[in-house]
Design a protein around this ligand. Structure first.
Ligand code: NAD
Ligand code: DAU
Length: 350
């Protein structure tokens, strides 16, 4: 049985990837390695935890000895690496955590894979899941292509750019069979409510202010998380060694238009008079170094591997709101405890 390590599988995107691989590939043994930070939650994987081809290992990718031993014991065939510190605002207040997990953690995985696979790199794939934020920011025109030079602006994107460079360096130096994908903003179920869409849904539900940074004019390109998981599946199985693919939704929204659309959906779902939720919108101090616009050109992925996004944004937003409204226990669990301290530190003096 092919044993595949998926890191960060208890997080938002990782849980969708693990679910897809466990259910669609009964011949693969999926090992989910996750530290279970504030963002990792095994409740995200309740529906697959009993599957015979699924195994969870709690551990920290920053611990090199632990990672080396795990690779020796488990003899992984391939790696799909998603574990990361992922929130830009947290990277501004605690940059070193991002260096440790995103850079050192990635290099630890590369080193362990190198030792295990050195006899025959070509049979073993190291797939690194990255972000469009490494490309920096766009003005009003243009799209990020796979050739766009790296120009990260936040500690988060700088750490992801660094990890991408290490993956390419291991490909070039040691001949490792590595692939990278750089994806735009994901949305959907199990998204931690520190990020814009789930945070706004949670606040609207609780009649709390919805914080919009600056004037809300920044633009993001939103992709349904299950479409990202499908892209990862397609790339993992079909990409040539050393390839990079951009993944995106062709779906640009200013933050303020997105939040207004969400408010209309929530008025309807919560049986509030139209216009009620919009009154909660509150403009707050802008994020430092806030990138103006992200937009992905995913033509290469469409042309070479026949991937296209499946869902219209309004439909996806409705489904997302429905999921949060019918999973109150999940939302209450993740917003209790440390979340309150984070929230007060992040928003109270904005
Ligand atoms: P997330 O924060 O929801 O999940 C990250 C997971 O990694 C959590 O389960 C956490 O416990 C785990 N983790 C963190 N540090 C760890 C460590 N030291 N050792 C082991 N596990 C650790 O993140 P996400 O939004 O699901 O993002 C997953 C990946 O996709 C990241 O690499 C991110 O950069 C990338 N990405 C995210 C988006 C997005 O819109 N969310 C878009 C493009 C790319
Ligand atoms: O582009 C891909 C990236 O998308 C991923 O690599 C990151 O892991 C992921 O967190 C996401 O980064 P963003 O910074 O774009 O996502 P976030 O949800 O934090 O913010 C989306 C936009 O909304 C951004 O312009 C900042 C703004 N924002 C965010 C928050 C949390 C607000 O206006 N108010 C808020 O309270």
């Amino acid at each position: 049985m092919k044993k595949i390590l998926i890191t960060g599988g208890a997080g938002f995107i990782g849980s969708h990837v693990v679910r897809r691989f466990v259910k669609n590939y009964p011949d693969y043994h999926i090992v989910n390695l996750d530290k279970l930070t504030y963002a990792g939650n095994l409740a995200n994987l309740k529906d697959v935890e009993q599957y015979p081809n699924y195994q969870f290992v709690k551990g920290d990718i920053v611990d090199a000895d632990f990672i080396d031993n795990l690779f020796t014991q488990e003899n992984f065939q391939d790696v799909i690496h998603l574990a990361a510190e992922s929130h830009v605002d947290r990277s501004i207040s605690h940059p070193i955590d991002f260096v440790m997990t995103n850079v050192v953690g990635t290099v630890n995985l590369l080193n362990a894979a190198r030792k295990l696979w050195k006899q025959n790199y070509s049979n073993h794939r190291f797939y690194h899941v990255s972000t469009d934020e490494v490309y920096g920011t766009l003005g009003e025109d243009g799209l990020f292509t796979e050739e766009t030079p790296y120009d990260p602006h936040s500690p988060y994107s700088a750490s992801k750019a660094s990890s991408d460079h290490f993956v390419r360096a291991y490909q070039d130096t040691y001949g490792m069979n590595a692939v990278i994908s750089n994806c735009s903003n994901n949305y959907g179920s199990h998204h931690f409510p520190e990020k814009l869409i789930p945070l706004a849904i949670n606040n609207i539900k609780n009649n709390k202010p919805v914080p919009v940074y600056g004037k809300g004019e920044n633009i993001r390109d939103w992709l349904w998380v299950e479409d990202h998981a499908r892209a990862i599946d397609v790339i993992f199985h079909n990409a040539a060694s050393g390839t990079t693919y951009n993944v995106g939704g062709h779906n640009e929204w200013t933050n303020i238009d997105l939040i207004r659309t969400l408010c209309k959906i929530m008025d309807r779902k919560l049986s509030r008079e139209q216009g009620t939720c919009e009154k909660l919108i509150t403009f707050v101090t802008d994020r430092a170094g806030h990138d103006l616009r992200y937009a992905i050109d995913s033509t290469k992925l469409q042309r070479e591997l026949d991937w296209t996004p499946s869902l219209q944004f309004e439909e996806g937003l409705e489904k997302t709101v429905d999921w949060y409204l019918s999973n109150e226990e999940w939302l209450n669990d993740v917003t209790s405890g440390n979340y309150q301290t984070y929230y007060e530190g992040q928003y109270d003096n904005r």
